[in-house]
Design a protein around this ligand. Structure first.
Ligand SMILES: Nc1ncnc2c1ncn2[C@@H]1O[C@H](COP(=O)(O)OP(=O)(O)OP(=O)(O)O)[C@@H](O)[C@H]1O
Ligand SMILES: [Mg+2]
Length: 229
């Protein structure tokens, strides 16, 4: 079985009765090992909602998400946190790094939560920061890093556990074009080296269409991207 992440007939509604809105209305998605997928769609179409459901951060109203054959809904809260820590990586538009920790400590944190001791975690975090080109910045705290450096630190933190899948929600939304392209290149390089699947939500069509597959979320379901139309 090569399916890493599988969403089956996902529905997500918000509100009740007359205020009820159906954001996801039957999303099906299968992501195979090593695949890179972009998800595009209008603001408010439900892209973040979909990513939250895929990452077990939100429960779908109906339907299921399986990660490496495990149905996320059937896991205990403790097991779900463990799965999120060890098998998934998350990157957001805002880096969400801890301001009082150095870049190194931020990247080491998921490893320590996963049970590595401080020394082992620091060694792996240092390696990962080197791979994203931040060897000179390991002791800097986020406020002393540039926007691109913060996003690369966030990417290092997401990838340091070698997750099966990286879920990124507009990871380059706050960066200039050139820096955004560099962060994309880095994600794709890590995808090639570590075999991590990428699921990236973006408004940038050029970057989206460089991925293996580009899907559009429209009217609550996913469609193939057809740029000619
Ligand atoms: N917790 C919530 N309660 C009620 N409505 C919500 C909630 N979360 C999201 N929504 C609604 O669901 C819809 C989809 O939101 P979502 O954030 O998934 O869109 P998006 O495609 O990520 O948009 P953007 O491109 O602007 O980030 C929106 O209409 C939003 O108002
Ligand atoms: Mg969003």
């Amino acid at each position: 079985m090569n399916n890493v992440l599988q969403a089956t007939d996902l529905h997500r509604h918000f509100g009740a009765a007359r205020d009820r809105i159906a954001v996801l209305r039957g999303v099906n998605l299968t992501i195979q090992a090593g695949e890179q997928i972009a998800i595009i769609g209008a603001s408010g179409s439900g892209k973040s909602t979909l990513l939250h459901c895929l990452g077990g951060l939100e429960q779908p109203t109906q339907g299921s998400v399986s990660l490496q054959g495990l149905n996320l809904r059937q896991q205990s809260a403790a097991k779900l946190s463990q799965i999120r820590n060890q098998q998934l990586g998350f990157v957001y538009q805002f880096h969400h790094l801890l301001a009082e920790l150095t870049a190194l400590e931020n990247v080491a944190l998921p490893l320590m939560l996963g049970g590595l001791n401080r020394k082992q975690a620091a060694a792996r975090a240092t390696q990962m920061l080197q791979r994203v080109g931040l060897n000179e910045r390991v002791q800097h705290k986020p406020p002393a890093l540039s926007g691109g450096e913060r996003q690369r630190t966030a990417l290092a933190r997401a990838m340091v556990t070698h997750p099966a899948c990286l879920l990124a929600d507009e990871p380059t939304g706050n960066l200039d074009r050139q820096t955004a392209a560099q962060v994309y290149e880095l994600m794709r390089e890590l995808n090639r080296q570590q075999g991590t699947c990428l699921v990236v939500v973006t408004h940038d069509l050029t970057l989206a269409r460089q991925m293996d597959r580009c899907l559009v979320l429209r009217d609550g379901t996913l469609h193939a991207d057809t740029p000619q139309q």
